[in-house]
Design a protein around this ligand. Structure first.
Ligand SMILES: NC(=O)c1ccc[n+]([C@@H]2O[C@H](COP(=O)([O-])OP(=O)(O)OC[C@H]3O[C@@H](n4cnc5c(N)ncnc54)[C@H](OP(=O)(O)O)[C@@H]3O)[C@@H](O)[C@H]2O)c1
Length: 282
């Protein structure tokens, strides 16, 4: 496994396991336990995924020492603001059954996230959080936040996949020492990605699947990537990407698949802002 060193000195594995949509207790626990057995040591959850309890149970049941596992969770818009975020951090710690969170992210750049950021800085001083980051911050909001904080976010978790490659956003993040982390590397299967001709052809050359090619492409860009699967074979396949290297030509070929836009939503669209603000915890 390769590791990425963050601007605050902490480090995390470059490939992690995501738990979005794993709302069933047994399914979630099994997937996280399988991932830990395979060797994943970065687990990504969020208060809005409603599975922090299951993730925490799986971590304890794995028997792996706490300090060997890197746990990320996130505060959603409904808990934005200083007071609400302070409580959200304590609630996440309780649900996870942990003494500290390795990385705490502002899930969406809406609501009083400056207030949340203050609560996060305080929690970091108290040892409840080791690293602070954001998610889904487009360049305008990210630059504004970075220019107004001494203690800058160390990660921005955004959508990055072959159809939405975000090279420009990546370079802006790097300018501020913010490490990019990719969500939905497979675009959740959209556009028949697993049968994409270009990616399949490249995969054949290296004896790898489309999924392997995509993950390798991200790792070669130095991007931390989260993958999610409930299938043990695919969990293994997604981890087994350190025994080959894509050529420069193949990296360039993948560039041609970029559509320059999200496969999910546009954070600049008022309807997206309304939709996200209307989401509430069940
Ligand atoms: N910050 C955010 O706003 C945000 C948003 C979305 C996601 N995330 C994080 O990023 C993680 C990954 O994103 P995601 O789960 O949305 O999407 P994704 O990783 O792009 O796609 C997941 C889908 O791909 C399938 N899959 C996984 N490995 C495969 C393989 N090797 N071959 C074929 N199919 C495969 C899975 O099905 P099976 O389970 O059946 O294998 C699953 O349906 C999430 O779990 C979450 O932790 C964050």
């Amino acid at each position: 496994m390769e590791f990425v060193k963050l601007s605050d000195g902490n480090k995390l594995p470059i490939v992690g396991f995501g738990t979005y949509q794993l709302t069933d207790k047994e399914v979630c626990k099994k997937a996280v336990l399988d991932a830990l057995k395979v060797g994943y040591r970065l687990i990504d959850t969020a208060e809005s995924y409603a599975n922090e309890e299951f993730v925490g149970e799986a971590i304890r049941e794995s028997g792996i020492p706490r300090e060997e596992i890197f746990v990320t969770t996130k505060v959603f818009i409904y808990n934005a603001g200083y007071e609400k975020c302070k409580k959200a951090i304590d609630d996440s710690l309780k649900r996870l059954g942990l003494d500290y969170i390795d990385l705490y992210l502002i899930h969406q750049p809406f609501g009083d996230y400056y207030g949340s950021y203050r609560a996060m800085l305080e929690a970091k001083k108290e040892g409840k959080i080791k690293s602070i980051g954001v998610s889904n911050f487009r360049p305008d909001r990210l630059v504004d936040l970075c220019m107004n904080q001494e203690d800058k976010p160390v990660i921005n978790q955004i959508e990055i996949n072959p159809f939405d490659q975000n090279y420009k956003e990546e370079s802006i993040m790097r300018e501020y020492g913010v490490a990019p982390e990719a969500w939905a590397p497979f675009a959740e299967g959209k556009n028949d990605i697993f049968h994409n001709e270009v990616l399949s052809e490249i995969g054949k050359k290296y004896g790898k699947s489309v999924a392997g090619v995509i993950l390798r492409w991200l790792v070669q860009r130095g991007i931390i990537v989260l993958t999610k699967s409930t299938n043990i074979e695919r969990i293994k396949e997604n981890f087994n990407i350190f025994d080959f290297e894509l050529s420069k030509e193949d990296m360039e070929k993948i560039k041609e698949l970029d559509t320059g836009s999200s496969q999910f939503f546009n954070h600049y669209d008022p309807d997206t802002v309304k939709m996200l603000n209307n989401l509430h915890r069940n």
